[in-house]
Ligand binder design. Structure first.
Ligand code: NAP
Length: 425
């Protein structure tokens, strides 16, 4: 365990800088080389690392015979996937924070790693500083998992929290999140729900022991969420959150999806505010566990990366064989339930003409489609003379609800179905 280990760091951005600072005076782990795109970029790393460690020659890092572990914090898929594949070919162990990479190309990468006898560790790829992946792989291994549900994206949770706290609309909160550094200049992966799809696919794959095709994961983002949705949720006893969830049915089918959701206001996840993440796990032995904490950021993410590096270092000191608990063991693909077959309650906000009989027409269509309404409320007249109706349904199959919506849209008294949000009990 006293053996000093040399690592190659690919990337010195938000996460890479955290790794550099954390390892600056570590006697056991040396960052031998650091790969970046721009050698002239100003970096706030004086005193933490020698400038001579930086290079743009990535190949020089992944072929260095002294380097045993490659820490990949470049991000993205291209050229990252090729770089990581080559590093594995060169028998380097990989530590990565890249959920896009693991969720999209995990199968290829893990197969190659197995062949080459090296490991890929990716604790930092889901929920930044929350130790969720290795907890599922090791500590909770005796459990049969039933469900994982979480707030897995700090950017969107920050935006929804600010909408609620400051009564500012989505666009204003997004701009504020960008100003505060909680959202990327191009926030599309976050606000579209795609980032959460990557993360829930990774968690599902570990918990349920099957590979997930990322294109099979349904995702919907928060772009259409209005202040009305946020506050009506509160009025009805719920809170609006972007939720990633996966649940296994008796048949083995996985219900895995990402969408804005009304969740009970008194639930633990409803109290996860700001850029924090929260994950609830249901296991048959342990019951319910909830983890809450920073889902991103330089130091929290470095904390997870350092955990992986130290785990690998301990293993390399004692044996050349990887610990089987940390090696991908599965090769079958999960069968995913189509979103049309899922069952949820639904909240709908519909803009209608202010005419008598409209509410009755809508109620009849829902009844005919076998969609049972819990509450239907007309919420006054809008400045343009239209009326707003909100509906909360009982739990129903999504395809029945969609049929009812398509019929409602045909009514000439309906101006628009403004939003439809799933309600999770
Ligand atoms: N930011 C977070 O809080 C967070 C949390 C969890 C996971 N992650 C994941 O961690 C990874 C890194 O995120 P980040 O926020 O640290 O990104 P970042 O700030 O954009 O840093 C990326 C780094 O990679 C370097 N780089 C990018 N493409 C390169 C190429 N083709 N060749 C050489 N160097 C290249 C950049 O070099 P230059 O510096 O020269 O431009 C930069 O140092 C991503 O996969 C992200 O999803 C991030």
């Amino acid at each position: 365990m006293n053996r000093k280990i040399k690592i190659g760091l690919l990337g010195a951005g938000v996460v890479g800088s955290g790794v550099i600072k954390t390892l600056a005076h570590n006697p056991s782990i040396e960052i031998k080389k650091i790969g970046v795109k721009d050698l002239n970029k100003k970096r706030d790393l004086n005193g933490y690392v020698d400038k001579s460690a930086f290079t743009t020659n990535i190949n020089d890092i992944i072929t260095d015979p002294e380097i045993e572990i490659i820490v990949e914090v470049l991000g993205g898929l291209t050229p990252t996937k090729d770089i990581v594949m080559q590093a594995i070919q060169n028998k380097k162990h990989i530590v990565t924070a890249n959920k896009d990479l693991i969720a999209t190309y995990g199968a290829e990468l893990f197969d190659l790693a197995k062949k080459m006898g090296v490991q890929i560790q990716f604790e930092a790829s889901v929920c930044g500083g929350i130790p969720i992946i290795n907890t599922l792989k090791q500590t909770l291994i005796a459990n049969k998992f039933k469900k994982i549900i979480g707030i897995l994206n700090g950017t969107t949770n920050y935006i929804l929290s600010e909408m609620l706290n400051k009564k500012m609309n989505f666009e204003m909160c997004l701009k504020e999140a960008q100003r505060e550094g909680y959202a990327e200049p191009d926030p599309i992966n976050d606000i579209s729900g795609k980032d959460v799809a990557y993360k829930i696919a990774i968690l599902a794959s570990i918990a349920f022991g099957e590979r997930i095709k990322i294109e099979d994961v349904f995702y919907e983002g928060i772009e259409k969420i209005s202040l009305a949705d946020v506050f009506l949720a509160e009025d009805l006893g719920y809170r609006l959150k972007l939720i990633g969830m996966v649940e296994q049915e008796e048949s083995g089918l996985l219900d895995i999806r990402v969408h804005p959701s009304f969740i009970k206001k008194n639930s633990t996840l409803a109290s996860v505010f700001g850029a924090n993440n929260g994950v609830l796990i249901k296991g048959d032995l342990v019951g319910e566990l909830t983890f809450i904490g920073p889902g991103a950021g330089s130091m929290p993410t470095a904390s997870s990366i350092l955990g992986d590096i130290n785990m690998l270092r301990a293993q390399l000191a004692s044996s050349k064989n990887p610990n089987p608990l940390f090696v991908c063991q599965h090769s079958d693909y999960a069968k995913i339930k189509p979103i049309s077959e899922t069952e949820n309650g639904y909240f709908l906000r519909i803009q209608t003409e202010d005419k008598s009989g409209v509410v009755g027409q809508v109620g009849t269509i829902f009844g005919n489609a076998d969609v049972s309404i819990d509450t239907l409320t007309q919420r006054g007249i809008n400045p343009d003379g239209s009326a707003s109706i909100t509906i909360l349904t009982h739990v129903v199959k999504e395809k029945k609800l969609q049929k009812a919506i398509s019929e409602v849209k045909k009514l000439n008294t309906i101006k628009q179905v403004e939003n439809v949000i799933r309600v999770l009990e």
